[in-house]
Ligand binder design. Structure first.
Ligand SMILES: [Zn+2]
Length: 391
């Protein structure tokens, strides 16, 4: 039996289709990566996003990856022959290689080609992670270092410890926004109560946890005519969560019709726009609303700071608008109609921040707490191993 990958085995209908899908994706994205170097990243990514339906960030990753792949002739030949690499593999592996000095490409191309050629019948195709691991081993060899694992292809983890050199470590906790804010508030409160630094407060919470009682207050806005509570920068709170988070409520009544003479957006309008926009309203952009500015659609006149004239835009989208590369119109229903660099249009509908369905805060917090407990246990058992208690 001739060597082949099981996911591409032509005798199985689905596998044959997989190869075909990979081929179609190649035909769709590879030509778009030609003459890439002089193109404006933001403008081009947005144009591609509007035409393909993927996010601008994804479009940017794809064309950069294909641009790099074309510089690996052996792997490219294998791809054209077997259609083994799908979009995620191409995107991850070749965006990684994008940052490597081109003079190493020939060696990497040869090694990668051998790694990707199947040697057995119905063998498993290496995952993107495995391919990157192999690439890193080649690179480590080229760079004369032990290993490069962990340098790339990091997966977002709930809790992550990384070495920041000079004998220091960084502990990163990724969580949903409300929990994150509550944890931050708790940390600051403990720091204040014990007059210690934030680092010391975190240590106290970790190691003296049982003796610390913290109350966190979350400020929320109430939507006109509803019981929905919105926490700016975080999302909607369900009824059950109110008792847990003790929110201070502010009414949003009348904000929609309010007009301010100040250039800066008043807080209540800002909260309303956070709710209405949910994220950057630029074409195919999904940057967090916390990272946006409020752009005056019609230039500020001294009396037109009002939600019907303001749009949340991240700095990049804002710059594209200011430079005249893109332009928009804000419609009465909240939709933003963009005119793209080639004259075509793309309409961005308001995407209110999603209500946190499916999981209660209690469940969410419990699962985070469980992660944290496991992590602390690990820390402690590690500490015990390194410093065994005196007999
Ligand atoms: Zn944006």
């Amino acid at each position: 039996m001739e060597p082949c990958y099981s996911c591409l085995n032509p005798s199985h209908e689905v596998s044959a289709l997989t190869a075909e899908v990979n081929r179609m994706n190649f035909l769709r994205w590879e030509p778009l990566s030609h003459d890439l170097l002089d193109k404006d990243v933001d403008a081009y990514s947005r144009l591609l996003a509007a035409r393909t339906g993927v996010s601008a960030r994804m479009a940017c990753n794809y064309v950069m990856a294909f641009h790099t792949l074309r510089q690996f002739p052996l792997v490219l030949g294998l791809q054209r022959q077997m259609w083994l690499l799908d979009l995620p593999r191409i995107s991850l592996v070749f965006n990684h290689l994008c940052s490597v000095d081109e003079r190493h490409y020939e060696v990497i191309d040869a090694c990668l080609y051998h790694f990707l050629c199947p040697t057995k019948y119905d063998q498993e195709l290496p995952s993107a992670r495995e391919i990157i691991k192999h690439v890193n081993a080649i690179l480590a060899d080229l760079f004369g270092v032990d290993n490069l694992d962990g340098v790339v292809a990091r997966e977002p983890k709930g809790v992550r410890l990384s070495d920041v050199s000079e004998g220091r470590s960084s502990l990163e906790i990724t969580t949903d926004s409300v929990t994150g804010r509550a944890m931050w508030a708790a940390l600051k409160s403990v720091a204040k109560r014990f007059s210690v630094s934030l680092e010391e407060a975190a240590r106290k919470i970790f190691f003296d946890g049982r003796d610390i009682d913290v109350k966190v207050v979350v400020h929320a806005h109430r939507l006109e005519g509803t019981d929905d509570l919105y926490v700016p920068g975080a999302g909607f709170l369900s009824t059950e969560d109110r008792s847990r988070w003790v929110p201070i409520q502010r009414s949003m009544d009348g904000v929609e019709d309010k007009v301010s003479c100040a250039y800066h957006t008043p807080d209540d309008m800002k909260a309303f726009m956070d709710m209405r926009d949910g994220q950057c309203r630029g074409p195919s952009c999904s940057r967090r609303v916390e990272d946006t500015d409020r752009d005056h659609w019609h230039n500020f006149t001294g009396a037109n700071t009002q939600v019907s004239n303001l749009v949340s835009l991240c700095r990049r989208c804002h710059n594209l608008k200011s430079a005249g590369t893109l332009s928009y119109a804000l419609r009465a229903d909240g939709a933003v109609s963009w005119t793209l660099p080639d004259g075509s249009t793309s309409t961005n509908l308001a995407v209110p921040r999603s209500r946190l369905f499916g999981q209660t805060f209690a469940q969410r917090i419990e699962s985070r707490a469980e992660n944290l407990r496991t992590f602390v246990q690990l820390l402690r058992s590690h500490a015990l191993e390194s410093h065994p208690p005196d007999e």
